[in-house]
Design a binder for this molecule. Structure first.
Ligand code: SF4
Ligand code: SF4
Length: 259
């Protein structure tokens, strides 16, 4: 019994309560934030609160990677972690499937660019996209809410493929945030990264086991002989590997990684 409790505690981890609160608040949070609202707002020439949140996440990615968005704040990531990690107890580890998100990124970007070309001017700020102005393709605010709920269901159902399968395989926003991280490196902004000390690693693989994104963290720790910064496009800077590494091989560090 004691062992089982320990194993559940380890699976849920430090961020567990935050993930649970985000999931419980989803009925409210979907009104405030959804990628669907970013696109539908754009197609109606409207700025939404969802767009503002996402712009803030992009800015935060310049300095703290995906920690301030995917790791601790995104309710859809939390849903994918609770369903795929806690309930399904499965890792999302397919490198091939993780390429799909580049397609959804391209689609997302194409819709935003298209909307900028067809909408003349800005129709203002509609934070939650519930005003009568929303009529692109004759979809009213109820229709948009239905799309938002459908999107949430896609996130939930995709968790069958594993912990944070939506984040790892499908989320278009992941690529935008990764681009922001790349920009921060190119213009040499010191940012939050993981620093690995392979000399301390005893190959216990706890970091591999605990990573919600299914990364082979131990291999990344050992890919160089000396201390080095780790930069991986799918790392959400959650710090679970840091907390679970009993040898202190991984830590947070501010710096400029190569590449
Ligand atoms: S948890 Fe730490 S010691 Fe264990 S494999 Fe990972 S880096 Fe090495
Ligand atoms: S590598 Fe570490 S910080 Fe990055 S997602 Fe995995 S557990 Fe979180």
């Amino acid at each position: 019994m004691k062992f089982k409790l320990k194993s559940i505690k380890r699976k849920i981890g430090f961020r567990g309560p935050i993930m649970l609160i985000l999931v419980l608040l989803l009925p409210i949070l979907i009104i405030i934030y959804s990628p669907v609202k970013i696109i539908m707002g754009s197609l109606n020439g409207l700025m939404t609160f969802s767009s503002v949140v996402f712009l803030l996440w992009m800015i935060s990615a310049l300095f703290i990677g995906r920690g301030g968005s995917c790791g601790y704040l995104c309710p859809y990531g939390a849903l994918s972690e609770v369903m795929g990690g806690w309930l399904m107890n499965k890792k999302a580890r397919s490198p091939l499937a993780s390429k799909i998100k580049y397609l959804s990124f391209a689609g997302f970007l194409a819709l935003i660019i298209y909307s900028r070309r067809v909408i003349e001017g800005n129709n203002g700020f509609d934070p939650f996209l519930i005003s009568d102005q929303v009529n692109f393709l004759n979809i009213n605010s109820y229709g948009i809410m239905l799309m938002v709920i459908s999107f949430m269901m896609v996130v939930g159902i995709s968790s069958i493929a594993g912990n944070r399968a939506f984040c790892r395989y499908l989320c278009p926003q992941a690529i935008f945030l990764y681009i922001a991280q790349k920009v921060s490196r190119i213009i040499k902004i010191p940012s939050l990264n993981l620093k690995a000390d392979p000399g301390k690693c005893d190959s216990c693989q706890r970091c591999n086991w605990v990573c919600p994104m299914g990364l082979e963290m131990m291999e990344l720790v050992k890919e160089m002989e000396d201390e080095h910064l780790i930069s991986h496009s799918d790392c959400i800077s959650c710090g679970d590997c840091i907390r679970d590494c009993k040898k202190g091989s991984i830590r947070y560090s501010f710096g400029i990684p190569r590449g």
